[in-house]
Design a protein around this ligand. Structure first.
Ligand SMILES: [Zn+2]
Length: 72
């Protein structure tokens, strides 16, 4: 995997997690839910956490640890 592809994947994971969190922040269902989090967003936010974990592991797993310190 090249640095370009890894960087794009990290950006995509970051965008996906951010999008999920933005959407949950403005979700009317969450606002009216007793737990302040509707079922759909609970699932999506769990996925966003998985994206974050994957993004954190990806550079090391692919031997691209420079991405962690040098910026993508
Ligand atoms: Zn929601």
């Amino acid at each position: 995997m090249t640095h370009d592809i890894a960087g794009t994947m990290l950006a995509a994971l970051d965008d996906a997690a951010s999008g999920i969190r933005d959407r949950a922040a403005y979700c009317p269902d969450c606002g009216s839910h007793p737990a302040d989090l509707c079922d759909g967003d609970a699932d999506r936010l769990a996925r966003a956490d998985e994206y974050d974990r994957l993004a954190a592991q990806l550079p090391a797993r692919c031997g691209l640890s420079a991405l962690l310190t040098g910026g993508a």
